[in-house]
Design a protein around this ligand. Sequence first.
Ligand code: NAD
Length: 411
Amino acid sequence: MKICVIGLGYIGLPTSLLLASAGHEVLGVDINRKIIEKLNRNELPFIEPGLEELFQKAKNHFHADSRLQSSDAYIIAVPTPVENGLKIADLAAVKNASHAILQVIQEGQIVILESTVPPGTSELLILPILQENGVKTIYFAHCPERAIPGKTLYEMVHNNRIIGGIDKESAEKVKDLYASFVQGDMFLTDVKTAEFVKLMENTFRDINIALANEFALLAEEANINVWEAIHLANKHPRVHILNPGPGVGGHCIAIDPMFLAEKSSTAKIIPLARQINSSMPIHVIKMIKRMIKGVKNPTITLLGLAYKGNVDDIRESPTFKIKRIAENEGISVKTYDPLIQDNLENAGTLEEATKDSDCLIVVTDHDVFKQIDPKKLSMRHKNLVDTRNILDHDLWKRNGYQVNVLGDGTN
Ligand SMILES: NC(=O)c1ccc[n+]([C@@H]2O[C@H](COP(=O)([O-])OP(=O)(O)OC[C@H]3O[C@@H](n4cnc5c(N)ncnc54)[C@H](O)[C@@H]3O)[C@@H](O)[C@H]2O)c1
């Protein structure tokens, strides 16, 4: 098939390359010229395990351009953030992509929406745009993506998928298309249920992280180590408590629950969980301030800009909230993340970021941070806050550090 993928980000590009490696002719379209130029120079715009090898394998069947062409199928994988301040989905990119498809769509072609959207968006917003020119037979389905950064390729192939068609024929056609590379099971439903299912999945995660965060705060008050308590509670056959942390980031879990609750006057637990998770950076600030109490003109070092370990995605990362709050309180902040390039907030080397610092804070659980040798740092004060419980705390204490671990009320 000739397939046009609109949006070549963390979801659209791997999807394009999997389709191309399955033998389809894929045109990847993006409004960001830098991405198109990079791909046409044979370079990838972001890091993802296995993507480079797949790119080399698939590139004869893949082209990148800024303009769409009429194709057998169109896959929309553009961003769906929350509109700043309003806590309402910003669907501008989805609308623009639909208008771009409208210019080239013909009878009998397939449109697939992979972007995450509030329930009803496909029928109320996208389909009316696609039908503006009077094309009658369009096959349409919403196929929300479930892949996790860091394991995107494996999960795109092996995860089970939900395909919500506007009718059975649409769902069947889209299932056939995905079957060219998906090995997981594919479940067919209607379009609105598919939209709802995706949001339920991420809301489930958000609420469970909020519960873990609440346990962490309670454990600190009760002088208990939450990490040990969670480990033990998870020995129960039907309990699986997630890890607490400095806040929830990324383009999905921190946003999608709001899509579910945005038009509801009855949702209670969803906004509450959001509130708990978005207040975690404030708790981290309190932990830091306890460590640097009495220090004049303090400087702190935040380890990690990415919102989670071993990825280079900084969207909604709690690091930025911690940084801004600290700066607003007169604390100088340096950040270090070896996985992030081209970000002005990044201090360069670990040595530069930690020199004369008064407190080191692990915000992101990158594996590389576990290898840091405390002896090699020239901190002004030896203070460590570990919000992910990933360092060898005895080692740091042996090297003279005061250590404070999020959720550990025994320190
Ligand atoms: N990243 C994830 O882990 C993940 C997982 C599941 C679902 N999703 C959903 O998938 C969708 C895409 O997410 P992403 O992480 O790939 O986003 P992204 O920001 O990495 O990529 C989106 C790309 O779309 C491009 N774009 C924006 N408007 C466009 C337009 N009108 N025409 C063409 N290109 C356009 C952007 O330039 C960008 O390169 C979102 O709805 C997201 O919620 C993401």
